[in-house]
Write a protein that binds this ligand. Structure first.
Ligand code: GLN
Length: 515
């Protein structure tokens, strides 16, 4: 069952073929076998998971099950979850057990979905390779010498390895889409404000957005239905009527809303220098596939990717420097052991508790916000941000969805870019503008490079067009099988299961054949 989708697991539960306890045990078994190698989880607590699974089975027995009751899920360690160690990938929070649930967590609990564990991530979600985690890097299940992407690398890796059928992620500049692309899974970053940020540890508040990561677009739709919705505890949560994001994924498939009439925008800026050959080819092939069924379209102009990276690396650190000032050793988390006075305690706590990348961002952030440089950097970046949003608004007059690559390269080797922050920052060159504009974006598998590493196709929609994007992605997945390919680790787990079944056969045959 390592490769079962949420949809399939929900069907097995609904027809009584399995229970939530059985399912959860199955995933926990895989975590025990594979996590020591992958490092995808920071915290696993089988007792807690199984208690939640038993509760879900009781809800089902009482006839009160919802669509996903009993299906387990993993959560990025950026979400506060009551009673769970919640580290955000940092030494600063290595001992922080959350006293409350983030909105996203409480939504999944209310849906009856047991938590399989908290997934590894770049420290405070700053990174594109998961190498900035205090808990060590995550390995990519397609090639364990390579990074899974970041910052939601643990979430992407656990889904790609079959250690969880789905996971939550967060995306400030690409952290759902880029690891989804590098691990060959499907991920969705919703329109800013659709999912509440309450209890999600803040990196850059005007950009952060939570979203689902799973094997298919259909699963992402089901998960977004659980996550989305107004929450008065987040002042940027949008008060909108409840939407069914899976409404255009109906079965039978010939009833699905057709692609005919869909206008596809193809920004030339997304196909320029820096895009590697295999990725360019796979993305072009995917686009060709769309053209045959639905729509050719306009060459929309899009914000120059390089400019969005520049604006982002002023705005995101500025907001981070403010958000991270709360980690001072006084209220919670790490405190230095040896200090002379209060100032010394602050300084040592922050010097010892934060890693190098987080410190770099705090330094940049305080610099661009300082009196002498505010106008030169911060204000300029905000102006650029407005222009980027305007460029997208102009593009959406001529198209419904923009297609392009998610990341310029496939998964790179561990350590390859670790000492070159600018190269690392360029990993998000195609995703960052989407956050600056607050738009929804998705990544879905669209091919493999010569080394057999997955490639991601990015879909960018207009505000609140998640249902349509999911519909477009779902149709692509009905017509292709890239998303069905199994990573070597998942294949191994599938074979392990098969072997298990094989080994139990003699039991059944014993009676008649043994003399
Ligand atoms: N890689 C980008 C960064 O390091 C984006 C991270 C994210 O989306 N959380 O800021």
């Amino acid at each position: 069952m390592a490769h079962s989708t949420l949809k399939q697991l929900a069907d097995l539960l609904a027809t009584g073929k399995t229970s939530s306890v059985e399912l959860s045990q199955d995933y926990l078994g895989r975590i025990t076998r594979q996590n020591p190698g992958l490092n995808a989880f920071i915290t696993v607590d089988a007792e807690r998971t199984l208690a939640e699974a038993r509760a879900a089975d009781a809800v089902r027995a009482a006839g009160q099950a919802g669509p996903l009751t009993g299906v387990p899920i993993a959560h990025k360690d950026i979400f506060c979850a009551e009673g769970w160690l919640t580290t955000c990938g940092s030494k600063m929070l290595h001992n922080f057990v959350s006293p409350y649930d983030a909105h996203v967590i409480s939504q999944f609990k209310a849906a009856g979905m047991p938590t399989l564990g908290k997934t590894n991530m770049d420290e405070f979600a700053m990174g594109s390779s998961n190498e900035t985690s205090f808990y060590g890097p995550v390995k990519n299940p397609w090639d364990t010498a390579r990074v899974p992407g970041g910052s939601s690398g643990g979430s992407a890796a656990c889904v790609a390895a079959g250690l969880a059928p789905a996971a939550t992620g967060t995306d400030t500049g690409g952290s759902i889409r880029q690891p989804a692309a590098l691990c060959g899974i499907t991920g969705l970053k919703p329109t800013y404000g659709v999912v509440s940020r309450y209890g999600m540890i803040a990196f850059a508040s005007s950009l952060d957005q939570a979203g689902p990561m799973a094997q298919t677009a259909e699963d992402c739709g089901l998960l977004l239905n659980v996550m989305a919705g107004f929450d008065p505890r987040d002042s940027t949560s949008l008060e909108r009527e409840k939407e069914d994001y899976a409404r255009d994924l109906a079965e039978p498939h010939d009833l699905i809303k057709p692609l005919a009439g869909l206008r596809i925008g193809l920004p030339k800026e997304f196909f320029g220098a820096g895009l590697t050959g295999d990725t360019a080819k796979a993305v072009q092939d995917a686009i060709a596939q769309f053209k045959s069924s639905a729509l050719p379209r306009s060459k929309s102009a899009c914000p120059t990717p390089g400019l969005s990276v520049a604006a982002y690396y002023v705005i995101a650190p500025a907001e981070a420097s403010s958000n991270l000032s709360r980690f001072d050793g006084v209220r919670y988390g790490y405190r230095t052991h040896d200090y002379a006075d209060l100032t010394d305690m602050y300084e040592k706590t922050r010097a010892e508790g934060f890693g190098a990348e987080v410190k770099r961002r705090i330094l940049i952030g305080t610099y661009v916000l300082s009196h002498g440089y505010y106008d030169a950097y911060y204000i300029q970046a905000q102006k650029l941000r407005r222009l980027i949003a305007q460029d997208f608004a102009e593009a959406y007059k001529h198209c419904d969805v923009i297609l392009g690559p998610t990341a310029p390269t496939t998964a790179f080797k561990l350590g390859e870019k670790a000492d070159d922050p600018v190269q690392m920052y360029l990993s998000d060159i195609y995703t960052i503008a989407v956050n600056l504009a607050g738009l929804p974006g998705m990544s879905l598998p669209c091919g493999f490079d010569a080394l057999g590493l997955p490639i991601g196709l990015q879909l960018i929609g207009d505000y609140f067009s998640e249902a349509r994007m999911l519909n477009v992605a779902h149709q692509y997945q009905l017509a292709t099988d890239w998303h069905l390919q199994l990573s070597p680790i998942m294949r191994m787990e599938t074979e392990y299961k098969a072997l298990d079944a094989l080994l139990s056969v003699p039991e059944a045959g014993k009676k008649g054949t043994m003399v």
